[in-house]
Design a protein around this ligand. Structure first.
Ligand SMILES: [Zn+2]
Length: 244
C-alpha cells in the first residue's frame, strides 16, 4: 500500500515535472519565433516611433555635450543593429535612462542636475549601458517574453505587455518571478557589455560601477524592483561590494 502510494506519488511528481517542462519548452519556442521574426521587428519599429514622437513633441530638453561626446566615441565600437539610428533625447520625466529599439536614448535631466551631475566617464557609462541594451535587442526580448507568456503568437506587442502586467497584478506570481528574473539578467548583461564598450573606446570600465553607485546613493536611480540590487550589479562587474 505504502509502496503503491509512493509509486503513485512519484508518477504524479514526474507528470508535474513533464508538464512544467512542456510548458517551459513551448514558452521558449514561442519566445524564439517572436524574437527572430522580422514582422515583429517592424511592429516594434512602429510602436517605438510613436513613443519617440510623443517624447520629442512633449518637452525637448537640451542634453549636455558630454553625453553627445560619449555617444560619438562609443558609436565607433558598438555593434548597432541594422536600421537603428542612435540619438539622444533629453526629458524631464523618468529618473535615469532608457532606450527604444529604433535607437532613441531617453536621458532624464536628473542625470546632469547638481545633486547628481554625472562626470564625463559616468555619463559615458550611462550611454554605454543603453547601447548595450540596443546591441542585444533587449526591448524586443522583453516584449517577446510577454507574447510567450500570453501563449498567443497573434497578439499585438502592446496588448501582450498589458496582458502580462494584468496577470502579474492579479496574482500570477510565477509569471512575476519569471519576468523579474529575465529583467535582471538583461540588466546584468548590459552592465558587463557597457564596461566592455567603455574599455574598447579607451575609457575606464570601472565608470559603470561608479555611475551605478552615484545613482543609487541619490535616490535609487530609478533602479526599482525591475533592476537587480546594487550589490549584485557591482559583484557582476567584479567590483568590491564594500565600495558602498
Ligand atoms: Zn538597463
Amino acid at each position: 500500500m505504502l509502496r503503491n502510494a509512493f509509486l503513485m506519488g512519484l508518477t504524479l511528481c514526474q507528470m508535474a515535472v513533464a508538464m512544467a517542462w512542456g510548458r517551459d519548452s513551448a514558452h521558449a519556442a514561442m519566445h524564439e519565433r517572436c524574437f527572430s521574426s522580422s514582422e515583429r521587428s517592424q511592429e516594434l519599429g512602429l510602436f517605438d516611433r510613436l513613443q519617440a514622437d510623443r517624447a520629442r513633441h512633449a518637452q525637448p530638453v537640451p542634453v549636455p555635450p558630454r553625453f553627445h561626446d560619449a555617444l560619438a566615441r562609443l558609436k565607433k565600437v558598438a555593434r548597432i543593429p541594422n536600421g537603428a539610428r542612435v540619438e539622444l533625447v533629453g526629458t524631464h520625466s523618468g529618473s535615469s535612462a532608457s532606450v527604444l529599439s529604433s535607437g532613441v536614448i531617453f536621458l532624464s535631466s536628473r542625470l546632469w542636475r547638481d545633486e547628481l551631475s554625472l562626470d564625463r566617464e559616468e555619463a559615458a557609462a550611462v550611454i554605454a549601458h543603453e547601447l548595450a541594451h540596443l546591441e542585444l535587442s533587449h526591448v524586443k526580448d522583453r516584449l517577446c517574453e510577454a507574447v510567450a507568456a500570453a501563449g498567443n503568437e497573434q497578439i499585438p506587442l502592446a496588448a501582450a505587455t498589458r496582458a502580462a502586467r494584468q496577470a502579474v497584478w492579479s496574482g500570477d506570481d510565477q509569471l512575476a518571478v519569471r519576468m523579474m528574473q529575465a529583467n535582471h539578467l538583461r540588466e546584468l548583461q548590459a552592465d558587463r557589455r557597457a564596461a566592455e564598450l567603455l574599455r574598447l573606446a579607451g575609457l575606464p570600465g570601472e565608470a559603470v560601477g561608479r555611475m551605478l553607485l552615484k545613482l543609487a546613493r541619490s535616490d535609487g536611480g530609478g533602479y526599482s524592483g525591475s533592476h537587480p540590487a546594487l550589490e549584485s550589479r557591482l559583484e557582476n562587474l567584479g567590483q568590491a561590494v564594500s565600495a558602498r
